[in-house]
Ligand binder design. Sequence first.
Ligand code: NAP
Length: 283
Amino acid sequence: MTAQLIDGKAVAARVRAEIKEEVARLKAERGITPGLAVVRVGEDPASKIYVTGKKKAAEEVGFNSWEHHPDETITQQELLALVHRLNEDPAVHGILVQLPLPKHIDADAIISAVKPEKDADGFHPMNAGNLLLGRPATRACTPYGVMRLLEEVGCNPAGKRAVVVGRSNIVGKPQALMLLQKDATVTVCHRKSDLPAEVAQADILVVAVGVPELVKGAWIKPGAVVIDVGMNRKADGKLVGDVEFAAAAERASFITPVPGGVGPMTIAMLMKNTLEAAQRAGK
Ligand code: NAP
């Protein structure tokens, strides 16, 4: 392997340590303790793991945190009422509604009901729109974490070719906008793209598709920085990314492992978004 590993766990720990310091300052100087409310509907096992991790991180950095855990039979109106209550609660600075929601709930309506200034996930249309317009916005946590990883390895996107594989609203699209904002020349790929040809152009490659090892190592431009957002559980229980790791690591200059790359950053940036919401609320 020639690539250097990007240690997302270590970077995330640094981000959390920075946040912890800021929380202590906010408490001491302005008497504000950031508060994160997490809403988890029903018993989705993956959601339970994610929410437990988020609550643990929130407590570790010194936030107040609350988990609201309604039964999966909750109605749209009841869930909207819960979001409205949290919107009006001055102790709550960040609200996160864990996805996926049960099928009878309109997830878009719930996300849109969260006050944009309390939108810890950065999924609200107002925040997505402000990102598009280049205005201050709460950023979607995963692509925001990827930007921090690039910074940590000294990769300045300006003037580079960045290729983002995947165009979801929570990863691919905001990732492309954040890279564009940093003056990369950005290509966004999807199912109709000629992936081997596009990937071969990338100085910076971010892959978020949800297909195990879709991107082959042989496609990677020598020296590229490769960020693998994918998290796929194989039949044997092993977690793999969307990039064929061993072969890609032979060509890349830097690469994120799965697990231990992007994953820990997502939670750290959620804490950062909540801290920033508390800092704004206190002004
Ligand atoms: P998503 O909403 O399912 O979007 C997947 C995207 O990949 C779509 O744009 C789709 O293209 C594209 N795609 C799927 N198959 C493809 C193929 N064969 N060739 C080219 N493009 C293809 O997924 P997501 O929510 O962005 O998540 C993507 C992955 O990241 C998943 O593995 C997820 O678990 C992981 N993830 C990790 C974190 C983390 O914290 N590490 C956070 C979020 C997501 P079309 O638009 O054409 O359908």
